[in-house]
Design a protein around this ligand. Structure first.
Ligand SMILES: [Zn+2]
Length: 691
């Protein structure tokens, strides 16, 4: 819940769903005009009142004129910038290939990883053979102990409960390594629920016609995958896998439950067998490289025992089928075309409504980023992120922090004690701009030319071991959780820190030559959003040291919670489709961050003018330009299937409603003369000001 958009993905690259890679467009698409900084006047639709539909006012022209490209589930400013970033990255990769081993080892790794993925002839000629050793290991499972060993050997650092808020893994559990919730002195392993091939328990259990239809298609996809991989009785195996996953879904926590940090429990290693009986825990932990960890933080204290019980109760053959199916799924991106097409027909078409698979080079760039993210990122910032940009963004960040601090000072409802704690947290916030101070070392990672799948699997394992090496060690508050070439930003509640990757600090979000109204309305609101996450319904429960601790007086917290409930109700009322509503609680952290971040950005904008009125430009006042820039930073279109998926699994509200966050600011009413009975009008007492 702490990113600016839901596009962040830290899934291991072998497991990355094709459908998750929804940002991507044909290389030839002209996007340059959309990347210019400043307001896009042609993209507006001024025929309607801003007070009735602000998103349409700011973006209606663009929405009418722009189709969603056939290889995307959604499309907008973020996707356009991600496309541009991907093209730049491809150029860097191609230059690496020319430099070859003459440059350095990382350059060679990047070139070889990418070219191995692009060598389709070699991948076709190997067929399914690269998975044969895994199939043999699974077939040889003769008892529950052997099952636990195989399950444990597959665990990876593929989830992130608080930074990227990624709760999905096809493995039985997801592992996340970071500081303890109440002990910021060292790192612990967190265990999260896993095992599902579809995105969430709802996909297995919901009674809506859409989900019932998807279940049929998923089961057909499992059978088709078994058939392609050469297994006998594919339909019977698919039925067993689907039945097992449905049982897993039944013990899974809901998405809203997953967001409750108070549900997390701490269990000693020896207690696992008693608290979550079923699995052979010593065998699983040994195979997972976790046998020496003394304490585990269990994010899902009902699901982990539930999954463990299934490991004992369900037939061994069902587990073996489940393992074989997911071995193919997780390798799928690196297998022959028939497997890729089969996966796309389910994950792309059925699950996200995307008609066409995007070009191979785009997938190649994304997988190279996932495997060697900081090695690629180092090249990216050298070429595309000048020190002047870094300095200017750092200055904006400090303006925003100041503006947020002033907001705290002037809150009438908050006691001095709580204010002092909030200020302390704000003052100790660590803000990373562009890229990390220290780059990751890939020297242990073996990348072999011509071994596409092996490279991906070794990269996943390498990352897992890097995470495990943090266990028991002091916490590095400067650790980054996004690569510099990611178009996104993130708040890290446990580190009391923010990361603003280089790729979002460029037009149209930020341009050193654009006017203040644009920059504060666009990147300023992004920065404000991430700062505000430290004070949203979740972030506010962590103190300056990143410790889960209550620093509020009861009265202050009650007031804060009531404001949050009002905002949840505001978003609950949004219905993007007749049978589909936004979940105000699932998206509450993000919505608080949007409103509070916009308020701080507006204050910082006014402060930057030094009390003078801003100039009028294009017949728009400074305040109007500020809000239109904000609205345009949420410019987006989404297919219905992708929208349903977002509402079921994402902590961010659909982009159109994020633009409408303006309705909580008094200044927006003044700027556009918004009056009742316009649809977005809220009486002053109903405008939610959490901060
Ligand atoms: Zn966020």
């Amino acid at each position: 819940m702490t990113t600016i958009t839901g596009r962040a993905s830290i899934r291991p690259l072998a497991a990355m769903l094709l459908a998750a890679a929804i940002a991507g467009a044909p290389a030839c698409r002209k996007t340059s005009s959309s990347l210019a900084a400043g307001i896009d006047l042609a993209g507006m639709d001024t025929s309607g009142a801003p007070g009735d539909d602000f998103n349409a006012y700011a973006n209606g022209g663009w929405i009418k004129a722009t189709p969603i490209p056939p290889d995307k589930g959604s499309y907008g400013i973020g996707a356009i910038l991600a496309d541009e970033t991907r093209k730049r990255t491809l150029t860097l990769i191609q230059e690496s290939a020319q430099a070859g081993s003459a440059e350095d080892e990382d350059t060679r790794r990047i070139a070889d990883f990418y070219s191995s993925f692009m060598d389709e002839a070699a991948i076709e000629s190997k067929g399914i053979a690269p998975l044969k050793p895994q199939f043999d290991t699974i077939a040889a499972i003769a008892d529950r102990q052997a099952l636990a060993r195989v399950l444990g050997g597959q665990l990876r650092a593929d989830v992130d409960a608080l930074n990227a808020t990624n709760f999905e893994t096809e493995n039985l559990f997801g592992v996340w390594v970071t500081q303890g919730l109440t002990d910021p002195s060292r790192s612990f392993p967190y265990l999260l629920q896993g095992g599902l091939g579809m995105p969430d328990r709802d996909y297995y259990l919901s009674k809506t016609p859409h989900m019932i239809e998807l279940r049929k298609q998923y089961q057909a996809h499992i059978a088709a995958t078994f058939k392609l991989a050469g297994f006998q009785e594919p339909a019977a195996r698919a039925a067993r896998v689907f039945a097992l996953e449905t049982k897993m879904a039944a013990v899974h926590a809901t998405r809203v439950e997953s967001e409750d940090v108070h549900g997390v429990v701490s269990w000693k290693r020896e207690a696992l067998a008693a608290k979550a009986p079923g699995l052979d825990w010593p065998a699983l932990l040994d195979a997972a490289g976790l046998k020496d960890a003394p304490v585990f933080l269990i994010w899902h204290p009902k699901a982990v025992p539930g999954l463990s019980a299934l490991a004992a109760a369900e037939p061994l053959d069902a587990w073996k089928d489940w393992l074989a199916f997911h071995a193919v799924e997780q390798a799928g991106n690196f297998l022959p075309k028939a497997f890729i097409d089969e996966r796309f027909s389910f994950y792309g078409k059925a699950l996200s409504g995307i008609p066409e698979l995007r070009p191979r080079w785009q997938r190649g760039v994304d997988f190279t980023n996932a495997a060697l993210g900081e090695a690629v990122g180092r090249m990216y910032v050298k070429r595309h992120f000048p020190p002047e940009t870094k300095a200017k963004v750092q200055a904006m960040v400090s303006d925003l922090v100041k503006a947020f601090g002033k907001r705290i000072d002037t809150l009438t409802w908050m006691s001095p004690e709580t204010k002092a704690k909030a200020k302390q947290k704000l003052e100790t916030l660590k803000v990373g701009v562009g890229y990390p101070d220290r780059w990751q070392d890939y020297s242990g990672l073996e990348i072999v030319k011509g071994d596409a799948l092996g490279n991906a699997q070794r990269a996943d394992l390498f990352e897992y071991r890097r995470q495990l090496a943090k266990l028991g060690q002091p916490v590095d508050r400067n650790e980054w959780w996004m690569t510099p070439q990611t178009v996104n930003a993130v708040n890290l509640p446990l580190q009391n820190a923010l990361n603003f990757p280089a790729a979002i600090l460029q037009p149209p979000f930020f341009d050193a030559n654009a006017d203040a109204a644009h920059n504060y309305g666009s990147i300023g609101a992004v920065i404000g959003h991430e700062i505000s996450h430290s004070f949203d319904d979740q972030g506010s429960q962590f103190d300056a040291a990143g410790r889960l601790a209550n620093w509020w007086t009861k009265q202050d917290f009650d007031h804060f919670r009531a404001a949050g409930e009002a905002l949840a109700a505001q978003y609950d009322a949004y219905r993007p489709l007749p049978d589909l509503a936004v979940n105000g609680h699932q998206t509450l952290s993000e919505n608080i961050a949007d409103v509070a971040g916009l308020l701080a950005a507006y204050d910082a904008y006014r402060l930057s003018l030094g009390g003078r009125p801003d100039i009028v430009k294009d017949r728009l006042s400074g305040d109007q330009r500020f809000f239109i820039s904000f609205g345009q930073s949420w410019r987006s279109k989404i297919r219905d299937a992708a929208l349903r998926r977002q509402i079921a699994t994402d902590s961010h509200a659909p982009a159109q409603y994020r633009a409408d966050a303006v309705r909580n600011l008094d200044a927006w009413y003044d700027a556009f003369s918004v009056q009742p009975p316009q649809k977005l009008y809220l009486a002053p007492r109903d405008r939610v000001r959490v901060w």
